[in-house]
Write a protein that binds this ligand. Structure first.
Ligand SMILES: [Zn+2]
Length: 398
């Protein structure tokens, strides 16, 4: 549950607001009742907001909280054997999902929620303030609804903003495909009632076909669920064009996207979610961000946190890969990790430090945002703030 409070951050060496040029310090940021009330020079803080608890940034850079628009953070078990096998040269085709489904099915509700809460706590320590969490390790409709209920329990337990997504991951082994798609479509109104905001479909080789994904997205829209799509990760199937056709908020992965599909995404306002940690593991090329950028697609950045292809709770690590490997500038990478994620989740209240937007921000363990990307593997975050309340890192206020 995201907290809400008052906070006055003083002596920031620099503030990246995503609303105009960064502000050089000493600067201050005020949060009242969970939303941004004032941003400006430290010497000009209005007296009306000085009664709030104060956090001394000590010259560090303040940026909007990271918005991670793509995670599979609810799972049980380990994919260690698959990792070892892949390092010995085996290809990944999505088959390892079955082992996570078995472990997740066998785990108790509390084991699943506790493990996921630990992951989200690690994310908060790495500066994430909003996280999308997908189901997807149940497969059968009833099992997916169970996981969706648990995402709701998780959201109540952690001090982050959680966006719940029902994921159609892969068709269960041995299932009649058409019957399974129909059964999944039939439970989408219940998914909506359980708090899902999004329906995501893994549309790729070894997962759902474009026709199946189109059917599911249509049923999701009828049930009031926004659409997202795992698209063009392992092969080029036409999924990115489908995301544009169906008005999806985002298409994600996109290693095999082509310029025509990217242009369609740009025209439809479908955000391209870059997941470089997954690219690192699955061994795709790195040219896709340029294809998307050249087409004018809004870019977002996520961790894809999952046990098989991207075991990562760190947006700073994703940023450190994205800039050099995907060819993004510092400003582009940071915008993708903040405002881009907010756009991918259709949350205009997030990702920007501007009057009346959410008071979600990160005091970096650096005095400039470029150092966050350049200083590889270093501790990146001093304090993470959600709704004006420090939730991770140094929380000394006075
Ligand atoms: Zn994913």
């Amino acid at each position: 549950m995201p907290p809400s409070g008052d906070l006055l951050i003083r002596r920031a060496g620099r503030v990246v607001t995503n609303a105009g040029e960064p502000l050089d310090g000493p600067a201050a940021v005020s949060v009242r009742n969970g939303v941004i009330a004032w941003v400006g020079p430290d010497a000009r803080v209005p007296w009306t907001i000085t009664d709030a608890p104060e956090l001394d940034a000590g010259g560090a850079c303040v940026v909007p909280g990271f918005v991670d628009p793509h995670t599979h953070a609810l799972w049980a078990g380990s994919r260690r054997a698959e990792y070892v096998a892949r390092r010995q040269g085996e290809r990944y085709d999505g088959g390892g999902i079955a082992s996570t489904v078995a472990a997740t099915t066998a785990a108790t509700d509390e084991e699943l929620v506790a493990a996921a809460a630990d992951r989200l706590t690690a994310m908060a320590a790495n500066g994430t303030t909003t996280v999308e969490v997908k189901t997807g390790y149940g497969l059968a409709p009833e099992a997916e609804l169970r996981l969706l209920r648990l995402v709701g329990v998780l959201a109540d337990r952690v001090p982050l903003r959680v966006e719940p997504t029902l994921l159609a991951h892969v068709v269960p082994a041995g299932a009649d495909r058409a019957a399974h798609v129909a059964a999944l479509a039939a439970v989408l109104p219940e998914a909506k009632a359980l708090g899902a905001r999004w329906l995501d479909v893994f549309c790729d080789r070894g997962a759902y076909t474009v026709a199946e994904a189109r059917t599911l997205l249509g049923a999701g829209r009828a049930a009031g669920l926004g659409g997202r799509l795992h698209a063009e990760q392992l092969s080029r199937t036409g999924a990115a064009a489908l995301a544009a056709e169906c008005g999806c908020a985002s298409a994600d992965h996109l290693e095999h996207v082509d310029p025509a599909a990217a242009a369609a995404m740009a025209a439809a306002g479908t955000v391209g979610v870059l997941l470089p940690t997954a690219t690192l593991t699955t061994g795709g090329g790195w040219d896709y961000a340029r294809v998307l950028r050249d087409a004018g697609v809004t870019l977002a950045l996520g961790t894809d946190c999952n046990p098989g292809t991207s075991w990562c709770e760190s947006m700073p690590y994703a940023l450190q890969l994205a800039a050099p490997l995907l060819g993004l500038t510092v400003a582009e990478a940071l915008a993708a990790a903040t405002a881009g994620g907010a756009a991918a989740l259709r949350r205009p209240d997030l990702g920007v430090l501007r009057l009346n937007r959410a008071g979600d921000l990160v005091v970096l363990a650096a005095d400039h945002e470029a150092d966050l990307l350049a200083h590889l593997g270093a501790p990146a975050v001093r304090t993470t703030v959600v709704g004006g309340v420090p939730v991770a890192g140094q929380r000394h206020i006075h």
